[in-house]
Ligand binder design. Sequence first.
Ligand code: GLU
Length: 477
Amino acid sequence: MTGARLRFAPSPTGLFHVGSARTALYNWLAARGGGGVFVLRIEDTDAERGREEWVGGILEALDWLGLDWDEGPYFQSQRSERYSEAAALLAGTGRAYWCECTREEIDRRAREAGRPPGYDRCCRDRGLSPGPGRVLRFATPLDGETVVDDRIRGSVKFANRDIEDFVIVRSTGAPLFLLSNVVDDMDQLISDVVRGEDHLSNTPKYQLLWEALGGPSLPRFAHLPMLVNEKRQKLSKRRDKVALESYREQGYLAEAMCNYLALLGWGPEDGEEVLSKAELVEKFSLEKVNHSPAFFDLRKLDHFNGIWLRRLAAEEFEERALPYLERQAWGNRFDRASFRRLAPLVQERVATLEEVPAMVDFLFLDRPALQDRDWAKLSGDPSTRTVLQAAAELYGTVSWDAPMLEAETRRLSERLGRPLRKTQAPIRVAVTGRAVGPPLFESLEVLGRERVLRRLGEALDMLGGPARAEEHAPPAG
Ligand code: GLU
């Protein structure tokens, strides 16, 4: 797409949505894939509240994802003169007119006439001049149709008579999105508009405005499929976790996020889905984007995140996990050297960085964070005391390294007539507080003999003291 000019044009009205991230990524990939230009434009005509914060969120999100732009950010709030000029041009050429109808009047007339709600072109031929309380409306053609030629959805036809005479300037003088969006694309020489499908219904209005403003040839359009949850509902702020920030917080990697977002509506021809940004740039094509809704599948995202976590070099994994560890209540007792010894094993087992602390907290707590459910299961099993007591005896003298601990625990298991797994489970809960975690013997090694023995003793106390002698005997038979 040499010479193409693409833009990402978010409105700073809230937390940055994963759908916006996908739109930004597709624009960026299309630009980077063919020597095009990627423009960033902030559509902030309508965003008084929290504007700075939301703009900050957009910039941070793009930075985190590594989507750099070549031009901008342009801010619509700084270009109001251009929109006024465009509005004056449309009013002057009769393509737009002033209207003084209030919302209530419009609704009442529709109700009384038994029409669906919508504006009835009441002021279209009244020749009103601008004045307080008046809005500027675009005069849509009364017949014919507007055809949107979409690279993803093909040709989509809209009957002009169904397009309301839509407002382009508010009674406050502020331009509406529809106007500023078109004026900017024109001024910024945008050749390709790639945006969410929710904007498809705006596109005939866009095209009519473009033509009325005397624009050169229209940009090409690509409307991206919407994102849906597992119930096939459009992702919504209220129902679903949609803020990119929350995924970042939870310890999803930008590499995984870009990889996963790229697959929401597109797939590589060779089926190899694990792709770096450079590989995506090479393989991505807007022509291959699908039009059916894309399922935002958290499990698949976890899967990709796991893959990308395991691709990190050991030190890099450590580095990225650090903030998640240091912010724990025990963060001040966190010790990097101990963590480092288990980190590669943890790296193999987590889906997000947020899962790391629970895997290693037993190293930094005085007493393990006993999980009620795991402990209940353990304490309800009469053989637990036998196992813990035998382990406590064994671990008092065994030489302290993981292979030796494993070999001796295996022998103990055989002696007790139970599978190794069933011997490991109570020891793990007693020592780490949890039924799942990094491999047990490496964990014991790093924790050290003294603390392991103390924890086994404490667990035995909680279970009511050492087992009775007969419980030591292997089961009969
Ligand atoms: N500002 C619009 C939005 O955030 C995007 C408009 C466009 O991409 O054309 O939805």
